[in-house]
Design a protein around this ligand. Structure first.
Ligand SMILES: [Zn+2]
Length: 194
């Protein structure tokens, strides 16, 4: 509907441009990129505030015939990882989870190498997570990775100790022994336990 050159770039600019259309029933706002509902920075009336540093979020737009894979298939939604601190945008994705992970590759590189923790439980858990992860990680909006063996397998915005994402780790057909090993600290010495 618009050429790339006159489109706003980045989560803040796109969502700000989208807002007037959100309430304007005469305009078809569905193909307009905006911050996805429930993701960081999403607003309904006032434009989102840019962050001082790089923080992850997700853009979405509905129903577009020009799907990038060229099959002509119509996708109910397209999503992109994006940043609240700059105009970076990731590739088009079908799944929100993929876009969230793209965004973290931009905002918090190294997150994929962090240990997965058991599901959140109590104050002791937060202390454990803070000690286990790099210093200042959560204060910088960094994500926590938690093992999910239950129904909830989505990446959860705002659920990390510092307000970042709780990123789901879902080991395929993981046995209980595997889960326990993955939850141990990075510097855990297996020989001591033998
Ligand atoms: Zn950024």
């Amino acid at each position: 509907m618009t050429t790339p050159s006159d489109e706003p770039r980045g989560a803040i600019a796109r969502h700000t441009a989208y807002l007037p259309h959100f309430w304007d029933k005469a305009t078809n706002s569905r193909p307009i990129w905006r911050i996805d509902w429930g993701q960081p920075g999403f607003t309904q009336r006032t434009p989102p505030e840019p962050t001082a540093d790089h923080r992850p979020t997700v853009l979405a737009r509905s129903w577009d015939r020009s799907a990038p894979d060229g099959t002509g298939e119509t996708w109910p939604y397209l999503r992109r990882g994006a940043c609240l601190g700059c105009t970076w945008e990731g590739p088009d994705r079908r799944r929100t989870g993929e876009a969230v992970e793209d965004a973290h590759d931009h905002t918090h590189p190294g997150w994929r190498d962090l240990p997965a923790l058991p599901p959140q439980q109590g104050r002791g858990w937060i202390t454990h997570a803070t000690n286990l992860y790099p210093e200042g990680w959560f204060d910088a909006g960094g994500p926590v990775r938690t093992l999910r063996t239950g129904i909830e397998k989505r990446h959860l915005p705002g659920a990390a100790p510092g307000g970042g994402y709780d990123l789901a780790v879902t080991p395929p057909r993981a046995r209980q022994g595997t889960v326990i090993t993955e939850a141990l600290p990075l510097d855990y010495d297996a020989s001591e336990a033998a």
